[in-house]
Design a protein around this ligand. Structure first.
Ligand code: CTP
Ligand code: CA
Length: 226
């Protein structure tokens, strides 16, 4: 039993949260990554835990420590994150994909440090697997929450991702807005379902956004059961 739980709307639910940014290696000392502090995803993992859920956090690189008490699996690349998600996905009730997954990785990963020789260097990249889309296509009753960080046409891109990746909800934010972004402690989000905008959570601490988001998820699950 989770003696720290303040509310129990998610008691008995298995929740997977992905967070942080993936790291795609070029060689042992160089890599490509995305801007991501991990703060939003970690706050969601913590909020779900506080609501009584059994949480597994699958985390790429972040700038803060993962929440205490939450079972955390550290991964590096998109491929490793995919593997970890697939391993836990079948037992899950809810999956929240807050991670900033690299869209491309170097085709070749050098085993040894690359040496500077030519004046120009071209690095060939290939697409990574879309983790959310993969589980969206395989889901059997799992409730899927995706993220969309956009700089323009937020609603259109968010709704497009919701449909393409078979998500139940998409949490969208306009990363060009004030108080929103990767390394700040606040955020503003719009939550969409297949019918359109569900709610806007105004500018507040990521911890409060996370609690409100998981309350929306809990309400959707109750709705689904009726
Ligand atoms: N995502 C994923 N696997 C990837 C890329 C993205 O699971 N290889 C997930 C993210 O964790 C997020 C959602 O898909 O929940 C949307 O990510 P985003 O980068 O906004 O969308 P993309 O489909 O990658 O499209 P684009 O970057 O071109 O906007
Ligand atoms: Ca992307």
């Amino acid at each position: 039993a989770n003696w720290f739980a303040r509310r129990n709307q998610l008691a008995g639910k298995k929740v997977i949260v992905t967070a942080g940014g993936t790291v795609e290696r070029l060689d042992p000392v160089r890599y490509l990554t995305n801007d991501s502090s991990g703060k939003m995803g970690y706050a969601i993992a913590e909020a779900a835990y506080m609501m009584g859920a059994d949480v597994t956090l699958i985390s790429g690189r972040a700038t803060i420590a993962p929440p205490a008490h939450v079972h955390t699996i550290q991964v590096e690349s998109a491929e490793q994150m995919l593997e970890a998600v697939l391993e836990h996905f079948h037992q899950a009730d809810i999956v929240v994909k807050a991670a900033a997954v690299a869209d491309y990785r170097p085709v070749l990963q050098a085993k040894q440090k690359m040496k500077k020789t030519a004046d120009q260097l071209t690095i060939e990249l290939e697409k990574t697997t879309d983790i959310l889309q993969t589980i969206g296509e395989q889901k059997k009753g799992q409730f899927l929450v995706g993220f969309a960080a956009e700089t323009n046409n937020v609603e259109q891109y968010a709704m497009d991702k919701l449909r393409r990746k078979h998500c139940d909800l998409i949490v969208a934010n306009d990363v060009s807005a004030e108080g929103v972004g990767f390394d700040v402690d606040t955020n503003v989000v719009q939550i969409y379902n297949a019918a359109g905008l569900v709610t806007t959570i105004p500018l507040m601490q990521k911890s409060s956004i996370a609690t409100q988001l998981m309350e929306v998820v809990a309400a959707c699950l109750t709705e689904k059961r009726r």
